[in-house]
Design a protein around this ligand. Structure first.
Ligand SMILES: [Fe+2]
Length: 207
């Protein structure tokens, strides 16, 4: 597996792509749209106007979502072990996973995912060539915030933005503040986000 480790602000933002997801993104998109249609109401988190599924998407009976969960778990675990310099048998847990469906004008307010250790997102259906409103930020971009938000002349620009591609996956430390810029297309922007826990941290607390 090939992955990039982008060290903006000295914080790891890991990026890779999932070939399986790229091949299966259309049926997955349909599956998640159906799930939204069948669900009474989503959850209210950072989503503004968008739909946020339940947090345990990995418990779905749908074989496609099961496969997606397995991919996220396997690839995420590898990335985290590598970034943390953990041994190959370090126990990493996929603790939550949910779908985000952002319709026209929807966005996600700035937030972090504490107390989890690592979080991330995979993209099921996005516009890969969105418009830019200026300042280098495109509609539907994900923005990460420097934890030390002083900017110039002491630090690089306070935020960095990425334009997602279908099938790509980002994994980053859960303390890292981020948000999703609004997009203005009729076609919904669909992603699946997730949190990981390092098992030994939870076990230490439990005792
Ligand atoms: Fe998030």
């Amino acid at each position: 597996m090939k992955a990039d480790n982008r060290l903006h602000f000295g914080v790891s933002i890991l990026e890779t792509s999932l070939p399986w997801l790229l091949e299966n993104h259309s049926p997955l998109r349909d599956c998640l749209l159906t799930l939204r249609h069948q669900s009474e109401q989503g959850l209210q988190r950072s989503n503004q106007r968008g739909w946020h599924s339940q947090d345990d998407l990995f418990n779905s009976d749908d074989p496609l979502i099961q496969q997606l969960s397995q991919q996220v778990f396997e690839v995420g675990t590898q990335l985290i072990r590598h970034a943390e310099k953990f041994p190959a048998d370090e126990k990493v847990l996929l603790s939550s996973m949910w779908a985000n469906i952002n319709d026209f004008g929807a966005w996600n307010a700035p937030h972090a995912h504490l107390p989890c250790e690592w979080s991330g997102v995979v993209y099921i259906d996005v516009n890969e060539n969105p418009q830019s409103a200026g300042g280098g930020i495109h509609d539907g971009d994900i923005l990460f915030f420097d934890p030390i938000t002083v900017g110039a002349p002491y630090r690089p620009a306070t935020t960095v933005s990425y334009t997602p591609k279908i099938g790509s996956m980002y994994v980053f430390p859960s303390y890292l503040m981020h948000m999703v810029a609004p997009h203005f297309e009729e076609k919904p922007r669909i992603s699946v986000a997730f949190n990981f826990r390092i098992a030994r941290n939870i076990e230490a607390i439990a005792r």
